[in-house]
Design a protein around this ligand. Structure first.
Ligand SMILES: C[S@@+](CC[C@H](N)C(=O)[O-])C[C@H]1O[C@@H](n2cnc3c(N)ncnc32)[C@H](O)[C@@H]1O
Length: 286
């Protein structure tokens, strides 16, 4: 009979294997537009550009950085960045893109690590800890996540995240039109064990062939995110919710010409698709 720790290691192994495969898929997708990135496109969206603000000369730790496009975009804006991801294939790809786009290793480091093991692999503290889009579902323990964020933040530094709104987990995202949208899943986590989610392609390519049959994911309500930060002494500066997203979460979202945001068609009552949080560490922290 497998014991507790072995079971959790098994979930993690499946998730790493999925993300290794998705890295190979994603580097060729229109959504990630790697060719455009290599020609100078920034991968950062309007929300985080505005809300993170000027990063020139700041140290920035990017948790769950995937293959590093956002990390490198921050480096190109003058930050000294460290990207962390547990997918070795994603980290290797990030390092090779770094050299192709001419960012120096001293300005952008990439570390292959589980967020939960980071203390054994990285020292120091950062002005900014950043994470974004599609990260929460992979985190088994937000209390510990909050502790790690606080550990890596300098006094007077801040944590920032922009993420898919947890309310989206309640709906069937294949609903063909807004009127067929129905609550299908609970908002609150059903247990401490992860949900086994069968793999069907990727958010960046629905038809992608992915061999890993399933991944293990976690539901976290918004209250849990905020509490994980405040419990570690961080002060929430803002919590924002947005009625738009940068990818087509539901097939019936619409995009105006020249606008990169997907939003609700007129007449559909909007609900939040994204949220962002900024939380500061206090001057007196160690
Ligand atoms: C949806 S992606 C993040 C996407 C990123 N915002 C982007 O657009 O490129 C989630 C990332 O989290 C990483 N990940 C998941 N669980 C992790 C963990 N426990 N520790 C470190 N990385 C993890 C995955 O390998 C994957 O690269």
């Amino acid at each position: 009979m497998p014991r507790g720790r072995d079971v959790w290691d098994g979930y993690r192994r499946a998730n790493v294997s999925l993300w290794n495969e998705l890295t190979t898929v994603h580097k060729g997708t229109a959504m990630y537009d790697l060719a455009g990135f290599k020609k100078g496109r920034s991968s950062l969206n309007g929300i985080e550009l505005k809300e993170v603000g000027d990063v020139e000369g700041k140290s920035l730790l990017h948790l769950q950085c995937h293959f590093g496009l956002d990390t490198l975009s921050f480096a190109k804006k003058g930050a000294k960045v460290t990207g962390v991801d547990f997918s070795d294939r994603a980290v290797n790809l990030a390092r090779s893109i770094r050299s192709e786009v001419g960012v120096r290793e001293s300005d952008a480091k990439f570390i292959c690590s589980d967020v939960y093991d980071l203390e054994g692999k990285l020292d120091g503290q950062f002005d900014i800890v950043f994470t974004s889009y599609g990260v929460l579902a992979w985190l088994r323990d937000l209390g510990e996540w909050g502790r790690i964020i606080s550990r890596f933040l300098k006094p007077n530094g801040f944590f920032y995240m922009v993420e898919l709104h947890p309310l989206l987990n309640c709906f069937d995202q294949d609903s063909p039109d807004p009127s067929s949208l129905a609550l299908k899943y609970p908002y609150f986590p059903r247990s401490r064990s992860p949900l086994r989610v069968e793999t069907h392609g990727s958010y960046a390519d629905r038809n992608a062939r992915v061999r890993e049959p399933a991944s293990y994911q976690y539901d976290h309500p918004l209250s849990e995110v905020v509490t994980a930060l405040t419990k570690r002494g961080l002060r929430v500066e803002f919590l924002h919710e947005f009625p738009f997203a940068y990818n087509r979460i539901f097939p019936w979202l619409v995009q105006k010409k020249g606008d990169d945001r997907w939003t609700f068609v007129a007449g559909t009552p909007p609900f939040p698709l994204l949220f962002s949080v900024k939380a500061s560490s206090l001057a007196g922290k160690q």
